[in-house]
Design a protein around this ligand. Structure first.
Ligand SMILES: [Fe+2]
Ligand SMILES: [Fe+2]
Length: 171
């Protein structure tokens, strides 16, 4: 998919959300273990890249300019999703009887998270839009990093997600 150079940060991130929603919809309709796994892995790749570019570039730019609690919750929601992503990537529909359930719960978590980012007026993006951020410059940075990470994850595989807000505990 070609990235339009003029895309601002919010347009780029929203487009990522739409891409993942489409993949989840395809997963819901998919039949056959192979197809399901292929779609689930694509979802994990897209989400891993998206979470990383938000955490590396967009969220830090929002620091001090948006509601602090909302921003913190965003990081924690990412970490919650990463746990399921790691589970899904480590398993498969044959070996894991909870595979489909994990993808469905990931979908629900992401739907909630996207709502928090895109909500009119008080969502993270709406707040960021009101703040004095250079969305075009941020968009360029996000696009460049996204391309780099996508390439890297496609060749070397999606790495085990790193948690930003939780201590490494074994439960
Ligand atoms: Fe997002
Ligand atoms: Fe996010």
């Amino acid at each position: 998919m070609a990235e339009a150079k003029s895309q601002d940060a919010i347009a780029l991130l929203k487009q990522d959300h739409r891409t993942v929603e489409e993949l989840f919809a395809k997963f819901e309709k998919a039949r056959g273990d192979g197809r399901k796994q292929e779609l689930a892995e694509q979802i994990c790749l897209e989400l891993s890249v998206h979470a990383k570019i938000e955490e590396e570039i967009f969220y830090p730019a929002c620091e001090g300019k948006v509601d602090e609690d909302l921003l913190k919750e965003s990081y924690v929601e990412h970490d919650g999703a990463k746990l399921l992503i790691a589970e899904i990537m480590a398993g498969g529909p044959k070996a894991d009887e909870y595979y489909d359930a994990k993808v469905t719960v990931l979908q629900e978590e992401i739907e909630h998270h996207v709502e928090e980012e895109e909500k009119r007026m008080e969502g993270l993006f709406a707040q960021a839009r009101k703040a004095d951020l250079d969305m075009d410059a941020l968009g360029e940075q996000l696009a460049a990093r996204k391309m780099e990470l996508t390439e890297q994850f496609k060749t070397a595989g999606v790495p085990r997600p790193e948690l930003s807000t939780m201590d490494e505990v074994s439960v």
